[in-house]
Each structure stands twice: as structure tokens, then as C-alpha cells.
Design a protein around this ligand. Structure first.
Ligand code: ADP
Length: 395
């Protein structure tokens, strides 16, 4: 028999990665039971959610089984097929976000079309069918290089090509052909840096907007996030937040929406892409904001009042821990604790229970305080230490 109160809803989470694992931390605090659909035994979130089913999120029967009796369905990733989400919604499940919203995080062509219709600033773009179309698109935006992207299925820079000529588009079209997706061409934005605007939105329409952050990418993977984005003009920060609130409202997003943006050299913001789930650029908020993104995601999908997204300190820096190539600590991140924790008692460490592979996100560290340079140094040092990139001499 459940020890939960009779009105306590169970939340189903589809996908067992680190985002589901960190949602579970907030669910524990709120006393909300979870049911998880994990892709395999022992994955990141399956380690911490007792009520876990292992199965394929592309199988509707499996989805029905895992969501049965759950008040709300939410997601660790955006890959559940749209038709299955519609089927779950038809069964009476509250999918948050719902299929109409989620398709904009699944398909970059659909997203570009919709945002453009809403007058949300985006890079110039076009769906291209072949190399000649790439040539014509390049001519229309002032020439090569241009960026080609698969409309679906890309992540962490996979499925993105910068091409200097139409001939170079062969790889992109081969991938598109093999996976049955389309190719979107975009002007190559000469950006100053990448920003991210996160909001939580509840079905009732309440919205909480986090401070706009700067995200630093390496090899297409988020490396470091600084909250708030240093030296961001107040007007641009407000514009970025307003874009995120507008997109969340117009698309009917429930839960966290992350809007990844380019800040251009000439002082504009353009939307790069959307994520409708807690996002790597929001991890800083777990320790650096009054209410972290995972807690606000759960509050939002349960249609509870949202928590304050305000920062706790003037500066927060989050750095991802990626598996290193020849990490001294490879496979044994725990061995990094004595030094990292002794050096910096104010450091916050999050490890995801994942095996270490080169380039894989296996955890993150967060530092916050009054002095940006000092805070950055602490976070970068700790992440490098866990990665195994620091020699004895730099301790
Ligand atoms: P993914 O879905 O793999 O995260 P993104 O669309 O975010 O792909 O692109 C990955 C990275 O490629 C971005 O973070 C950015 O650095 C670069 N990029 C993407 N689109 C453009 C563009 N139009 N102009 C310049 N750089 C781009």
C-alpha cells in the first residue's frame, strides 16, 4: 500500500538519463512518487527511481504500461514519437509538454517556420533538397559558408555541418537519406557568444524566467555556463527572456523551456534551438538559484505554483565533467573527491552514476560567489580535476 497521501499524483518520466535522475532529487524533496521508463537496466535515473520499467520508448504498449495510473507524463528527452504522444493524450494522459508543443523541439524545420511566423528572430534559413538548393540558399545569404542541419535527431552538434561549398553538402544529404529526415540550411551566424534563456511554464500559464546565461561550447558540447551572462546589455537580457516567455506561451509549453540563442556581433539575439525539458544550461540553478530547474519542472508539470528563479549569489558557474581521453581517474570519479572537496568546501558536485567514456557528460560542478574570476577558477579547476586533466603539480 502506498504511504503517499491520496491526492499525491505519480509522475511518469520517459527516459532514464541524468535529467530524469536530477528530477528525482526534486521529486524526493517534494514527496512526489515517480515511475520511470528506462532504456536499460542500471542507467543513470534507474539507479535512483525504485519504480522503474525497462523498455523502448518507441513502443506504444510500453508507454501505455508505464504511464498507467500516472497523473502526468514528462520526459528526459524529446525523442518519443509524436503519434505515440497523441495516443497517450487520447487515452486521457496529461503529457507535459504535449505533442503540439514538443514537435517544435523535435523538428528544426517546424520550429523555424513557427518562430518566423511569430516574428521571433532566427537565422535566415530554408529546407534544402539537394546541392543545387544549397547553392541557391548560399547565394541568397551572401555566400558560403552555410550551416546544414538534420531537421530531426541531432544532439550535441551531431547532425550539424558547416559547409564551404555545395559539394561539401554530400555528407549531410547522405545522412538525411539514411535516416529519412530533411536538411535545413541556415546562414552561418557570426556570433559573439551563445546565450540561453530558460523559463518554466505551468498549464495555468504561470511563468518563471531564469536569469539569461552564457554557455560556452567545445566541440559542439556544452562545457561551461556562467549565470548571469557577463556584460549582457540589460535590453538584450530582457529581450531574450521575453522571447522565451513568448515561445513558451504561444507554443503552449509546460515544464521547462530552454531557448538557445546567439548574441550577434552587432548586438542582436537570434534563436538557435529549443529544448522542452530541463537543460544543461540550467544545471547552475540547482545550487545557484532559489528554485532549481528540476524542481520548477516538476512544479510546472503538476500545475503547482512555481518557485523563485532568482540567483542566490551574484555569480554562478557550472562546468560539465566530461570523460577524458586518458583520465587518471577514468572509471573512478569517486577517487577525485578527497582533493576536490578539500580544496573547495563551497563547491557543489553532481555525478550522474554513468560509466566514463571520452566526451561523455558524467557530471557537473557548480561554484557561486561574489567574484566571477574566482568562481570560474574554482569550477574549472574542479571539473578539470575530475576529468583527469590536472597534474599533481597544479593541485
Ligand atoms: P544540436 O541540436 O546538435 O545541439 P545546434 O543546432 O544547437 O545542434 O548546433 C550545434 C552548434 O553548432 C551550436 O551550438 C553552434 O555553435 C553551431 N551552430 C548551429 N547553428 C549555427 C548557425 N546558424 N550559425 C553558426 N553556428 C551555428
Amino acid at each position: 500500500m502506498s504511504s503517499h497521501g491520496s491526492s499525491t499524483p505519480t509522475v511518469a518520466i520517459i527516459g532514464g538519463g541524468q535529467l530524469a535522475r536530477m528530477m528525482a532529487q526534486s521529486a524526493v524533496a517534494l514527496g512526489v512518487p515517480l515511475r520511470l521508463l528506462a532504456e536499460a537496466d542500471g542507467v543513470s535515473a534507474a539507479q535512483v527511481v525504485p519504480d522503474t520499467l525497462v523498455g523502448d520508448y518507441r513502443d506504444l504498449d510500453t508507454l501505455r504500461k508505464v504511464t498507467d495510473g500516472c497523473a502526468v507524463v514528462t520526459f528526459d528527452h524529446e525523442h518519443v514519437p509524436t503519434e505515440h504522444l497523441h495516443a497517450l493524450a487520447d487515452d486521457g494522459h496529461a503529457c507535459r509538454p504535449g505533442p503540439e508543443a514538443l514537435v517544435h523541439a523535435q523538428d528544426k524545420a517546424v520550429m523555424r517556420e513557427r518562430l518566423t511566423a511569430l516574428d521571433v528572430p532566427c537565422p535566415r534559413h530554408a529546407v534544402v533538397e539537394d546541392a543545387e538548393a544549397v547553392e541557391r540558399f548560399a547565394a541568397s545569404v551572401g555566400g558560403f559558408p552555410v550551416v546544414l542541419k538534420t531537421t530531426r535527431g541531432g544532439y550535441d552538434g551531431k547532425g550539424v555541418w558547416v559547409v564551404g561549398s555545395a559539394e561539401e553538402s554530400a555528407d549531410a544529404f547522405a545522412t538525411a537519406e539514411a535516416t529519412g529526415v530533411r536538411i535545413l540550411a541556415e546562414e552561418k551566424v557570426d556570433f559573439r557568444r551563445e546565450l540561453s534563456a530558460l523559463v518554466a511554464r505551468s498549464p495555468s500559464g504561470q511563468v518563471a524566467a531564469y536569469p539569461v546565461v552564457e554557455s560556452v561550447q567545445r566541440d559542439g558540447i556544452c562545457w561551461e555556463v556562467v549565470a548571469p551572462a557577463p556584460d549582457l546589455a540589460a535590453g538584450l537580457a530582457v529581450e531574450a527572456q521575453q522571447i522565451a516567455m513568448k515561445v513558451a506561451g504561444e507554443l503552449g509549453v509546460t515544464g521547462i523551456l530552454a531557448v538557445e540563442l546567439f548574441e550577434t556581433q552587432d548586438g542582436r539575439v537570434l534563436v538557435n534551438e529549443l529544448a522542452m525539458r530541463p537543460h544543461n544550461t540550467g544545471h547552475w540553478s540547482m545550487d545557484g538559484a532559489v528554485t532549481g530547474q528540476f524542481e520548477n519542472h516538476l512544479r510546472a508539470v503538476l500545475d503547482l505554483p512555481l518557485g523563485s528563479p532568482d540567483a542566490r549569489a551574484p555569480w554562478t558557474v557550472m562546468v560539465n565533467i566530461l570523460g577524458g581521453d586518458d583520465a587518471r581517474l577514468a572509471g573512478d570519479l569517486y577517487a577525485g573527491y578527497p582533493h576536490a572537496l578539500a580544496r573547495d568546501p563551497r563547491l557543489k558536485v553532481h555525478l550522474y552514476g554513468k560509466s566514463v567514456k571520452p566526451g561523455r557528460k558524467v557530471g557537473h560542478v557548480t561554484a557561486y560567489g561574489d567574484d566571477l574570476e574566482e568562481v570560474r577558477e574554482r569550477a574549472l579547476h574542479a571539473a578539470a580535476w575530475f576529468r583527469g586533466d590536472l597534474g599533481e603539480e597544479s593541485e
